[in-house]
Ligand binder design. Structure first.
Ligand SMILES: NC(=O)c1ccc[n+]([C@@H]2O[C@H](COP(=O)([O-])OP(=O)(O)OC[C@H]3O[C@@H](n4cnc5c(N)ncnc54)[C@H](O)[C@@H]3O)[C@@H](O)[C@H]2O)c1
Length: 255
């Protein structure tokens, strides 16, 4: 098992990509801390699925835009399982607002949930890793939009661009302590964040046509790579982003 007896924290862990990562980590032997802010029923259901897979899980309600709540997650993991081995900064939101239309509130919210949370999630996990004697992995769930503009979703793209540099900088700073920092850049994934696209046949057809593999990813197609790369199989990977996008960033308009 890839993550046997490791403790994995997943922020925004009870839906979409986070839930798939939590389940995949549990299926690979990890104890899982599921962070959530909504739908405690979904957290309980996921906890049961992880327990059925033979691992342990706890749900912790924590708003990751607050540093004190991030510390609550680390403390819960240490209290329950004695340590933290993998911190997955997954929680994310978007406003679908442009440079011209975004309000101060749009900007602040997206930056707090997507970037501030990952910055301090990385910092607090790294402090815990060092206190335990070194090692450990941070996984930042970024996006193709850390590199690739998305007109009409400006704060989101800015937050993911910041996450790219967080992964690079933290990876370089923490590498000598044996801590790896990985970015994962999904393309379009069929999760609640994309429900407006999935529900609109025209938008969905246009999106699928732009993806060389012809479809959105399922959340577990992202989770499998996360678990593999966070395990010792990914031991030489740090400070960079791995894109899992069905080829969309390399796509051509076919002129
Ligand atoms: N779905 C995609 O196409 C796609 C593509 C690239 C990147 N991503 C990234 O993947 C991550 C997960 O998104 P998803 O697609 O699974 O959508 P999702 O909406 O299912 O997941 C986002 C999660 O973050 C949680 N969250 C929001 N605010 C929070 C807060 N303050 N504290 C704690 N949790 C909070 C939500 O409750 C939810 O569980 C996000 O960072 C997103 O940017 C998604």
């Amino acid at each position: 098992m890839l993550l046997q007896d490791k403790t994995v924290i997943v922020t925004g862990g009870n839906s979409g990509i986070g839930a798939a990562i939590a389940l995949a980590a549990g299926q690979e032997g990890a104890n899982v801390v599921i962070d959530y802010v909504a739908r405690p029923d979904a957290t309980e259901e996921l906890d049961e699925r992880i327990t059925k897979a033979g691992s342990e899980a706890i749900g912790v309600e924590a708003d990751v835009s607050k540093v004190a709540d991030l510390q609550k997650l680390i403390d819960a993991a240490v209290k329950e399982y004695g340590r933290v081995d993998v911190m997955v900064n997954n929680a994310g939101i978007e406003t679908r607002t442009s440079v011209l239309d975004s309000t101060e509130a749009d900007y602040d919210k997206v930056m707090a949930v997507n970037l501030k949370s990952a910055f301090f999630g990385t910092q607090l996990a790294a402090k815990q890793f060092i206190a335990q004697g070194g090692g450990g992995v941070v996984v930042n769930i970024s996006s193709v939009h850390e590199d690739w503009p998305m007109p009409g979703n400006a704060p989101y793209c800015v937050s993911k661009g910041g996450m790219r540099m967080l992964t690079r900088n933290a990876g370089v700073e923490l590498g000598p302590k044996g801590i790896r920092v990985i970015g994962i850049g999904p393309g379009a994934v069929d999760t609640p964040i994309n429900s407006s696209t999935s529900a609109d046949p025209e938008k969905l057809a246009a999106l699928n046509a732009a993806i060389p593999l012809g479809r959105m990813a399922e959340p577990d197609e992202i989770a499998g790579a996360v678990v593999f790369l966070a395990s010792d199989k990914g031991a030489y990977l740090t400070s960079t982003t791995v894109f899992i996008d069905g080829g969309i960033m390399m796509g051509s308009v076919g002129l």
